[in-house]
Design a protein around this ligand. Structure first.
Ligand code: PGA
Length: 254
C-alpha cells in the first residue's frame, strides 16, 4: 500500500493547441487555477507550442510543462524529430515516453521507449513512462504480462539513479479518448501490478513511486479516481484542452 502523497495533474494536449491557442488557454487557466503547493500541475503541449507556453506561464512557476516525445538519438539526420537535449532551453522540465499513440501510430517499440527514457534522463528531464494494455490483451487475461513486459524493458535499460527519477502512467488503451474510464477498482488493481513490478529493480522505491492513471479522466470522475488506492495522479487528454475543465480537474482534492 502506498503512502498518501500530493497528486500530480498532467495534461497531454497531443496534436492540439498551437502557439496562439496555448496563449489563449493560459490566459483563462491562470485565472481559474490558483497556485497550490499540495499538488503538481504539468502540461505537455505540442513541441511547437513550448515557447508559447513558457511565455504564457511567466510568473507562475507552479505551472510546469514538458515534451510529449523525443527521438531516441541525441542529434542527426532525423527530419521532423526533436532531441531531448533541445528541450531544457525552452524551460520544459518533464517528458513523456511510450504513450500508446506513439506505440501504435509511430511504431515506438519497448526498446525505443527505453532509449528515449535515457535521453530524457540525460537531459535532466523528468520522464513519465506510459504503459497499458489493449482491450484484446485485457480480454485475453494478459494485463499483468503486458505491464510486466513494458516495465521490464524500460527499467532494464536504465541505471539505478535513472530509475529513481521515473514517474509512471498506467493508461489502458481501451480507455483513451473513448469515454470509457477504468473503474477505480480496475485502476487500483493495475496500479498495484505496476508497483509490484518495480520491486527488484535497484533504484526503484515501489511504495513511493508516483503512478498516474490516464484514460477518459474528466471533472466528473477525477474525485473517485484519485481516491482509488495507489493512484497518485492523472494524465488527461481530451478534458485538459478546455481551461475550465482542466482547472476543475486540477482543483480536485484541494
Ligand atoms: P484521454 O487521453 O483523457 O483523452 O482519454 C489520455 C491520454 O492519452 O493521455
Amino acid at each position: 500500500m502506498s503512502e498518501p502523497r500530493t497528486p500530480v495533474f498532467a495534461a497531454n494536449w497531443k496534436m492540439c493547441h498551437g502557439p496562439a491557442e496555448t496563449a489563449a488557454f493560459m490566459e483563462r487557466f491562470r485565472e481559474r487555477h490558483a497556485p497550490r503547493d499540495d499538488a503538481t500541475v504539468v502540461v505537455f503541449p505540442p513541441a511547437i507550442s513550448l515557447p508559447a507556453f513558457a511565455e504564457a506561464r511567466a510568473g507562475r512557476p507552479d505551472l510546469r510543462f514538458g515534451v510529449q516525445d523525443v527521438h531516441a538519438e541525441v542529434e542527426g539526420a532525423y527530419t521532423g524529430a526533436i532531441s531531448a537535449a533541445m528541450v531544457p532551453a525552452t524551460g520544459a522540465t518533464w517528458g513523456l515516453a511510450g504513450h500508446s499513440e506513439r506505440r501504435r501510430e509511430f511504431g515506438d517499440t519497448d526498446a525505443m521507449v527505453a532509449r528515449k527514457l535515457r535521453r530524457l534522463l540525460d537531459a535532466g528531464l523528468r520522464p513519465v513512462l506510459c504503459v497499458g494494455e489493449t482491450l484484446e490483451e485485457r480480454e485475453a487475461g494478459r494485463l499483468e504480462a503486458v505491464l510486466e513486459t513494458q516495465i521490464r524493458a524500460a527499467l532494464s535499460a536504465l541505471h539505478a539513479e535513472g530509475r529513481a527519477r521515473l514517474v509512471y502512467a498506467y493508461e489502458p488503451v481501451w480507455a483513451i479518448g473513448t469515454g470509457r474510464t477504468a473503474s477505480p477498482a480496475d485502476a487500483a488493481e493495475a496500479h498495484g501490478i505496476v508497483r509490484a513490478r518495480l520491486s527488484g529493480f535497484e533504484g526503484c522505491d515501489p511504495p513511493r513511486s508516483v503512478i498516474l492513471y490516464g484514460g477518459s479522466v474528466k471533472p466528473a470522475n477525477i474525485g473517485q479516481l484519485l481516491a482509488a488506492p495507489g493512484v497518485d495522479g492523472v494524465l488527461v487528454g481530451g478534458a485538459s484542452l478546455d481551461p475550465d475543465s482542466w482547472a476543475a480537474i486540477c482543483g480536485a482534492g484541494a
